[in-house]
Design a protein around this ligand. Structure first.
Ligand SMILES: Cc1cc2nc3c(=O)[nH]c(=O)nc-3n(C[C@H](O)[C@H](O)[C@H](O)COP(=O)(O)O)c2cc1C
Length: 189
């Protein structure tokens, strides 16, 4: 696929998708972002990749969905990120990110985002049993302290089918837009 070059005037949003029950609805966020004049590139965790239609997303965004690192020497396929939205964010990725674990491309981008100063919003999609775990609460607190913007989705009841219908995809854009600043000079995967 030919990868388009993002215009300097159009902010580039990385959307990081985790292995959550509502990940298949990611087109809602892509569509909302494009309507608000963002270019979008999607990075899925290896688990998240199985929940999405990567071909449809590539058609929608104009960029291949990334899930693994490039081979050394290969060209990078995304421009640097102006902002990052982690949506939906899993319990697993939230905790690993906060702990500085970097064993997926998605986590590597997230762990670097702090040092690069890239505005980052996270919209977790977890049930209330997972959300009650003390490590999760600590992880969110730590991420908040480092400047990560946290979504307001209230965890759904376990085994109740989830709360996909009330997941606030647009909130990622609402949180990030006021933080848009200068395009960082490096950091593309
Ligand atoms: C069908 C299915 C739905 C899942 N839904 C969620 C979910 O909504 N939220 C969540 O935190 N984990 C969910 N999980 C568990 C995650 O996929 C699992 O923790 C995985 O390790 C997450 O990997 P990732 O963080 O690298 O994407 C689900 C798993 C399956 C098989």
């Amino acid at each position: 696929m030919t990868v388009p070059i993002s215009s300097d005037l159009t902010p580039f949003l990385y959307v990081i998708v985790c292995g959550c029950g509502n990940a298949g609805d990611i087109g809602t966020l892509i569509d909302a972002a494009q309507k608000r004049h963002w270019d979008v590139g999607v990075i899925a965790t290896p688990q998240g990749f199985g929940f999405i239609d990567a071909e449809a997303i590539a058609t929608l965004t104009g960029y291949p969905v990334r899930s693994a690192w490039h081979a050394p020497g290969d060209a990078r396929s995304f421009p640097p990120a102006d902002a990052i939205a982690v949506a939906p964010a899993s319990f697993n990725t939230v905790n690993k990110w906060a702990a500085g674990i970097c064993d997926t491309l998605a986590l590597s981008v997230l762990c670097e985002s702090h040092g690069l100063g890239t505005p980052t919003a996270v919209l977790p999609y977890v049930n209330s049993a997972l959300a009650a775990h003390p490590a999760y609460r600590r992880s969110l607190e730590l991420l908040r302290e480092t400047g990560v913007l946290i979504g307001t989705y209230e965890p759904h009841r376990p085994k109740a089918g989830g709360g996909a219908h009330r997941f606030p995809w647009h909130e990622a854009l609402d949180l990030l837009e006021p933080r848009l600043g200068r395009r960082p000079v490096s950091g593309s995967p």
